[in-house]
Design a protein around this ligand. Structure first.
Ligand code: F6R
Length: 612
């Protein structure tokens, strides 16, 4: 939610800021803005409602600010509608200090009232303006920027990653963090701050992750870090290995399509380094054997698509481990007083590693003594750093708001974990283990087979893109898969869609099926195929138009019953949903394309959800 970028550099700041904002735009696209300190020491601000391209155009028409130190922001609106006034950066009323902010200041109203009583006037509805006005108020009193920053940090409550400029300090930029992602980059041509590493890759690969309560002072040649008590601290730096091209579209019309097509490679990167000599090797777990041996209950906690991975994981892990497994929405888990102890393993799944609800669930789990293992894509992210054990998906940067390759690789890694644990706990017979290891190795090739002919899905989508409401139905793992298929479709095409356990339809929802209603029936789970066919027949009897998904094994039972059949290769039942989701992703993509939707940046959404 919201992306921030900052540069204290040795070259013009504007191109660096705009380039960085382009990489961060997936975090929010309600407005964009920049502030730069000019050579004369003046703060110049340009901001506009709408996409970054609107700001770019403005900068072309008007004089772009010059100067080498600047901050930028791309907004996902929380407080105040998306308009020019609410766009960041915000200035204090003297125009001396500028702030960009990602997060929410929870006590902003109380501070705003006290500043209003002091005669300070506000020009926006945002919580961020309260911070900058307070900062300027303290600064006017103490005439020392760091004193003012620490005074503000002592007053504000909530989540924030902020970049701060003050025209009396034209050679520096300040960064502060609490419960929102922020990293600092050190390059030859300057120092940088950003919400996400993709914004920095063009300038540096050496980064330091800021922790809660820390403050950084950036100049073109140096970065100094301070803790909550203002004592200087040394911070470890990390080298980022992601390649710049991985964050570009590479000839595809959308990041989403590129990321769908990248799935065979992404799965390979997840699987290959973890298989050696016919064994699954999870080195990360070798140092913590007690984590497996003592576990009595597992919670899988996540949001959105990552939660859907958890739903599939529940079916799979319960079977593999003979332990109770619950999949929980992170936003519910943290407030549901879960019963956890040192024998509970909490698996947190997150692509970004920054989702606030998942982070809060992780902290709650640790507070209660549970062990936390996370499955994360973004290296060095907050969830990864706070977990007892982290397994990285290594899927590479995912830019499209709708997740695809992160979802499949999370699922593959969760299954690998399940099989690994099952073996350690003595629940898996040797033959099945060998088959599964072999099938994990072959999975990238099987995924490539599904992607061989995307035209099939494009043609199907052309026939169905005008529907207003779509139902996904399935049983067992197919039900969990339907949740993801339905989310993919609704989030990018804006078609109303719901997913139901097929057996549950007749308990109410079937009343919504009428002639012409589109039903996507998922029928890859062979043990329940007869039951799934009965459900297809039931909706057809009410006039539904049915598309089905099956494997080579189940196709014969369904053919002839449905208007359209997508068939994926049959693999071990555990791994089947990894292939099954791909046609659903492509179908959603092409439906959205036919409807002229903004696929990579669907309305009202942002990729990294760092607010509650
Ligand atoms: C949907 C989607 C979201 C995310 C969810 C969790 O396509 O991408 O539902 O899965 O916001 O995000 P992460 O995985 O970053 O915690």
């Amino acid at each position: 939610m919201c992306g921030i970028i900052g540069v204290a550099g040795k070259t013009e700041a504007v191109p660096v800021l705009l380039d960085g904002l382009e990489k961060l735009e997936y975090r929010g696209y309600d407005s964009a803005g920049i502030a730069v300190i000019s050579k004369e020491g003046k703060l110049q601000v340009k901001k506009s409602k709408g996409r970054l391209c609107v700001l770019r155009e403005r900068l072309r028409d008007e004089n772009a600010p010059d100067g080498m130190i600047g901050i930028g922001h791309t907004r996902w609106a929380t407080h105040g509608e998306p308009n020019d006034a609410n766009a960041h950066p915000h200035l204090g009323q003297q125009g001396k200090i500028a702030v960009v902010h990602n997060g929410i200041i929870e006590n902003y109203m109380e501070i705003k009232k006290s500043l209003l009583r002091k005669g300070i006037t506000f020009c926006s509805d945002t919580d961020t303006e309260v911070v900058v006005q307070l900062l300027e108020y303290y600064y006017e009193k103490c005439k020392n920027l760091m004193d003012a920053v620490y005074a503000v940090l002592g007053r504000i409550k909530g989540a924030y990653a902020m970049g701060i400029l003050c025209c009396d300090y034209p050679g520096q930029m300040i960064a502060v963090r609490q419960d929102a992602p922020l990293l600092i980059g050190c390059g030859k041509l300057g120092s940088y701050l950003a919400s996400d590493v993709t914004a920095l890759l063009a300038h540096t690969r050496t980064v330091a992750y800021m922790e809660d309560g820390e403050v950084a002072v950036l100049t073109p040649d140096s970065v100094q870090f301070f803790d909550r008590d203002r004592s200087p601290i040394e911070k470890e730096t990390h080298t980022i290995k992601w390649d710049v091209a991985a964050a570009e579209k590479g000839g595809y019309s959308h990041f989403m399509l590129k990321e769908i097509m990248e799935q065979p490679e992404a799965i390979r990167k997840t699987v290959s380094p973890r298989i050696a000599g016919g064994e699954i090797c999870l080195e990360e777990l070798e140092a913590a054997p007690e984590l497996i041996k003592t576990v009595c209950k597992i919670y899988i906690v996540a949001c959105g698509s990552a939660y859907h991975v958890g739903m599939i994981g529940k079916y799979a892990l319960e079977k593999l481990l003979r332990l109770p497994v619950e999949a929980c929405l992170a936003s519910e888990f943290r407030y549901s007083e879960p019963l956890l102890d040192e024998h509970t393993l909490v698996i947190v799944i997150s692509q970004s590693g920054e989702t606030l609800d998942s982070m809060a669930a992780l902290r709650e789990a640790k507070k209660q003594g549970a062990k936390v293992l996370s499955i994360v894509n973004v290296m060095g992210s907050s969830i990864a750093r706070e977990s007892d054990v982290v397994l990285y998906t290594w899927a590479g940067p995912e830019i499209a708001v709708a997740t695809t390759k992160a979802y499949t690789t999370q699922m593959v890694l969760l299954f690998m974990l399940g099989v690994y644990m099952s073996k350690q706990l003595g629940h898996m017979d040797h033959e099945e283990y060998r088959t599964l290891v072999e099938e994990f190795s072959q999975l990238p090739d099987r995924a490539a087979e599904v992607l061989k002919d995307p035209d099939e899905y494009q043609k199907a989508a052309f026939g169905y893109f005008n529907h207003n409401s779509v139902f996904f139905i399935g049983r067992n793992i197919d039900y969990a898969l339907g949740l993801e298929g339905s989310l993919k479709l609704k989030e990018i095409s804006y078609i109303h869609s719901e997913s139901y356990a097929a057996g549950e339809l007749k308990h109410g929802t079937i009343s919504l099926i009428e002639p012409g209603t589109l039903v996507v029936a998922l029928a890859t789970y062979a043990p329940l195929i007869e039951k799934s066919v009965s459900n297809i027949v039931e909706v057809k009897a009410r006039g539904a138009d049915v598309i089905a998904l099956s494997t080579g094994e189940t196709a014969d039972k369904i053919k002839g019953q449905v208007s359209q059949l997508f068939v994926v290769p049959k693999v071990h039942p555990l791994l089947q949903p990894v292939l099954g989701v791909i046609p659903l992703q492509l179908f959603a993509y092409y439906v959205a394309l036919n409807r002229g939707c903004d696929i990579d940046k669907p309305r009202n959404l942002a990729k990294s959800v760092t607010v509650e």
